[in-house]
Design a protein around this ligand. Structure first.
Ligand code: BG6
Length: 284
């Protein structure tokens, strides 16, 4: 069987639907340049998408893998998480190679972005959907004459059966900034992270893969060139305060984000940077 790639609409917004030859599925929204759904062949979905996510082509879609650029969260004067999760991207390229589907989406600076951030840029997000893996690579090009600096993240919402039973392995010994504790700098002594409270941490200098154990299934999470990992769950009160997430859904999600925050990326004119996050099933 061949892979299929089709352009459809989801809640009125354009999305690319993919089914690979091996049976993996993905849905990629052009609004936000964001993967909304990914299910490996023979498996269950690994991305969380809120049932109350808003698809109004203005606000960010709650779930999947929003792209944060050129500012992560509120670490600067720009709108929270930057300028591109609330904009329409374009599909540049689609192809199938050896049963895997590769989509490249793009977005460039324009008058709206220039009015708040005076730099010229071009972004490409390449999404590779294989039988048991999802790779997302963000490439940033400085297309202007002036040097620029940015922070960024692939803000991946992972789906879990019950967050209190999930375990995130691979962060032991790393330094992190705890945004639930006023930005205190700490070191994680635990062999695994278990979550039973709000969490909003930025782990630094992450060099090895993590594994998310979701009660009977496991996901390996790798990243390249992104040096930080953000772990976020709003917990009960935080979720209740979010209009676009059902109150109880903090139990169904855990954000594990590949990020470049502590050390902003500096790009001279014409320079490029790329960072990748890979989700891989069956590696435990
Ligand atoms: O509600 P938003 O703007 O999508 O942000 C969600 C969360 O995103 C995380 O990446 C941040 O670390 C959190 O501080 C933030 O609350």
């Amino acid at each position: 069987m061949k892979s299929t790639i089709s352009t459809e609409t989801l809640h009125g917004q354009p999305v690319i639907q993919v089914r690979t030859a091996e049976g993996a599925e993905a849905t990629v929204s052009l609004f936000g340049g964001q993967v909304l759904h990914w299910q490996p062949a023979g498996g269950r979905p690994w991305l969380y998408l809120s049932d109350q996510a808003v698809f109004d082509a203005r606000g960010a879609i709650r779930g999947g893998t929003p792209v944060c650029f050129p500012q992560f969260a509120a670490h600067g004067p720009l709108p929270r998480h930057g300028l591109v999760r609330t904009r329409l991207w374009r599909l540049i390229h689609q192809r199938e190679v050896d049963g895997q589907v590769m989509l490249t989406l793009g977005i460039d600076s324009d008058d709206t972005s220039l009015s708040v951030w005076p730099y010229l840029f071009s972004l490409e997000l390449t999404v590779n959907i294989g039988g048991n893996r999802l790779d997302m690579e963000l490439e940033v090009t400085n297309t202007g004459a002036d040097a620029l600096e940015f922070t960024a993240a692939l803000h991946t919402y992972l789906r879990v059966s019950e967050v209190e039973l999930a375990e995130l392995h691979g962060l032991k010994g790393l330094h992190y900034t705890d945004h639930c504790d006023g930005g205190a700098r700490k070191t994680d002594p635990m062999p695994m992270l278990q979550i039973d409270d709000p969490i909003d941490r930025i782990y630094h200098d992450v060099r090895r893969p993590m594994v998310l154990d979701d009660g009977g299934r496991a996901l390996q999470i790798d990243q390249e060139n992104f040096t930080d990992v953000v772990v976020w769950n709003p917990w009960e009160a935080g979720a209740a305060a979010l209009a676009d997430m059902p109150d109880k859904d903090f139990r169904r999600m855990l954000c594990v984000e590949a990020a470049a925050v502590k050390t902003p990326i500096a790009l001279n004119a014409d320079a490029q940077w790329w960072g990748r996050q890979s989700l891989l099933v069956g590696a435990n």
